[in-house]
Ligand binder design. Structure first.
Ligand code: WTA
Length: 661
């Protein structure tokens, strides 16, 4: 682990002194108030008990807020019983809001569906019955591999209704990646689709499921298939069922059961510092409480009047927390869009904002930087006056992008909430409160009420204002991960062993003179590519699994649009080197390796660049010095090489690459 990242890019951040306080008008109507900070500071657990009872409907009330006696394994809202699906759907119908639109679905080809809470109520009951008919019950894992269509929301909520933890796998992951996730979770049923629409074309999903289940013994008994693109699909009569037929045959009503607050709600795999993704799992009660609370105080959702749109995919945590559980527990109306921002034209997002009168928009810096590149004339063609609040998530937002977002999209009127959190934290942790905080472009500002964070040095001591260090969370929080599926030791080791009694987030951060936090990016071997977490070790192991590769090292190099880009350095096996030289097929080989990574992990993991090198820089103890490779990838002068076992390696690499240019 190194502190390199913590000093990177600091100089420009340090000079950022602009502040943007909310308007009086915004402050007056905001859900999040300054008093919340005081209340949480006085009595943290009492504060969380209040939020829990305010935002969540408990079938049985809890009798203890937090049990931390087995730290770092937490239990929140002990004794409480709750059903997440009832909170997201039934509750609103019972309160008389059945006619409210839950989802304004916009398909990429232009098809639209408005689905009310009453419609969803029918769907989740049928889906729960269909799943129960297939033998899914409390505690049975279900894998979901779907495009961004309403059935994804219905599938997740139906699982929650049954107490069956869902494991959603992003559609950009390959059959291989899907296979390992299905196996690790022991999923009994997979819910997929024939395909989804992307960039004007139908992309297939079912073939990846077929391939994933063809390898070895599989725990999967049944596959439910949603019809979306109407592509031809292979069919296994014993195993495959159409979703519409299964739901059509299922009973209309389903009596929900309440589960213990600690009952696992879902598993979501995320990249860590080793080759094997971690199955992060979340508990029902605490997750609902904190996602709903933050949807209210950070996104300021007023369910009776707002149209909210989170542009994330359901396959990532942002989709779980801020499409499904948070906003829906509040009873929000939201937009769900299937496709890409440039299909069929680069104004698609702004057209949707205009047509659906979106008032709260939550997106990622990488998207904002892409829009900047396309130019402000594109959003200028649309009426964006419905917007009143903008959010950002997934990676640090540079001040230029923040200002562009504010001026061009927000008409200089909308507050921006830059929200820091992780798959592991389950919900927003550090962010401005939009009606309270005078925000600074590029800073996530302060922990929200109820959350405690610090920036510490190598020894775990809080740093002085004006200094950088590691971001840690100093108190447990309701939506914290409950562990890594099947690997409690790895949970302790990864998050709770770097410093005593605090959660180590893996991010570098800086505290400014006013005590605001500036998150700078990962300090471990995790890359952040377009807001997606990618592990260097995972891509390296995919590369070395190719028969022509002897060794590989992967680094994240700075990239203007995607934040970081994947750059790989590979050493070929001797016979492959000879072959490549003879046939001059270097370019083909690189294409083959990129394709291989796509097959092993998924298209999202394809390196931007693969460089064939004769050697890799290593320390005497054999550790690859990624810092030096990063210098090469970012076209910088190569740094200090004195700790290398062989100091000539870097000149060999540079010479080889120049020759290739
Ligand atoms: C990064 C996404 C700076 C960070 C919700 C974190 C951010 C990782 C921000 C988690 C932000 C997320 N400012 N960095 N506002 N939000 N990150 O698990 O490095 O996909 O550790 O969760 O994204 O990524 P994950």
């Amino acid at each position: 682990m190194s502190t390199e990242t913590t000093s990177e890019g600091l100089s420009n951040l340090l000079h950022e002194e602009r502040t943007f306080p909310p308007s009086e008008e915004f402050g007056a109507q905001a859900n999040g108030t300054a008093e919340l900070y005081d209340r949480a500071a006085q009595d943290r657990e009492g504060f969380w008990a209040e939020q829990a009872r305010r935002y969540v409907q408990w079938e049985t009330d809890f009798d203890q807020v937090l049990d931390w006696s087995q730290a770092p394994f937490a239990k929140w809202f002990v004794g409480g019983r709750v059903n997440a699906c009832v909170n997201a759907v039934d509750k609103h119908v019972e309160a008389g809001h059945g006619d409210r639109v839950a989802l304004h679905f916009v398909g990429e080809p232009g098809d639209t569906r408005d689905i009310t809470y009453a419609d969803l109520h029918v769907q989740v009951q049928k889906a729960a019955n269909a799943l129960a008919d297939l033998g899914v019950g409390k505690g049975d894992a279900v894998a979901i591999y779907l495009p961004m269509i309403p059935e994804a929301v219905v599938a997740m909520l139906a699982c929650a209704r049954l107490g069956a933890p869902h494991s959603v796998v992003f559609g950009g992951f390959s059959a291989e990646a899907l296979h390992s996730r299905i196996d690790d979770a022991g999923a009994k049923v997979v819910i997929t689709a024939d395909g989804g629409w992307r960039r004007g074309k139908p992309g297939a999903l079912k073939p990846a499921v077929d391939a994933a289940l063809a390898v070895g013994e599989s725990p999967v008994e049944k596959v439910l298939v949603v019809r979306r693109t109407e592509q031809d699909v292979d069919w296994d009569d014993d195993r495959d069922l159409w979703w519409h037929e299964a739901l059509g045959a299922a009973a209309d009503t389903h009596e929900p059961e309440a589960f213990d607050a600690e009952h696992p709600l879902f598993i979501l795999y995320t990249s860590g510092t080793t080759g094997k993704p971690k199955g992060i799992f979340h508990a029902t009660g605490g997750f609902l409480v904190q996602t709903a609370y933050t949807s209210s105080v950070v996104h300021d959702i007023h369910p009776e009047s707002d149209v909210y749109w989170c542009t994330a995919d359901i396959g990532w945590v942002t989709g779980h927390s801020y499409i499904v559980y948070g906003p829906m527990t509040l009873g929000a109306t939201q937009v769900m869009y299937e496709g890409t921002p440039d299909t069929p034209h680069q104004g698609r997002f702004w057209e949707i904002v205009q047509d659906k009168k979106v008032s709260v928009l939550y997106t990622a810096p990488t998207a904002i930087r892409t829009f900047m590149k396309w130019g402000k004339d594109i959003p200028a063609k649309f009426d964006l006056s419905s917007l009143r609040l903008l959010g950002s998530v997934g990676e640090p937002i540079n001040p230029e992008a923040w200002m562009w977002y504010r001026e061009v999209i927000g008409g200089d009127r909308c507050p921006i909430v830059d929200t820091w959190w992780q798959t592991e934290t389950g919900a927003i942790m550090i962010s401005p409160l939009p009606g309270v905080t005078a925000a600074r472009p590029g800073s996530a500002m302060r922990p929200i009420p109820g959350i405690s964070a610090a920036v510490v040095d190598d020894t775990g001591k809080p740093v002085e204002k004006g200094s950088g260090g590691y971001l840690v969370l100093t108190e447990p929080w309701p939506s914290m991960l409950r562990g890594i599926w099947g690997d409690p030791e790895r949970y302790k080791e990864t998050y709770w062993s770097r410093f005593e009694n605090v959660y180590f987030a893996g991010d570098g951060a800086k505290l400014d003179e006013d005590g605001n936090i500036w998150v700078l990016g990962r300090v471990d071997d995790v890359m952040n590519v377009s807001g997606h977490r990618m592990s260097t070790a995972e891509i390296e192991s995919a590369l070395v699994s190719h028969p022509k590769v002897a060794e590989a090292a992967v680094v994240g190099a700075a990239d203007e649009t995607t934040g970081q880009a994947i750059c790989a350095f590979v050493i070929l096996r001797a016979d492959a080197v000879a072959e490549a030289d003879e046939e001059g097929e270097g370019a083909e080989l690189i294409a083959e390796l990129r394709q291989h990574v796509a097959k092993e992990i998924g298209p999202i993991a394809k390196p931007r660049q693969i460089m064939v090198v004769p050697e890799l820089p290593k320390t005497r103890s054999g550790k690859i010095m990624r810092r030096l490779l990063k210098d090469v990838a970012e076209h910088r002068e190569v740094g200090d090489v004195t700790t290398l076992a062989d100091s000539s390696v870097m000149s060999m690499i540079s010479a080889g690459l120049n020759k290739g240019d």
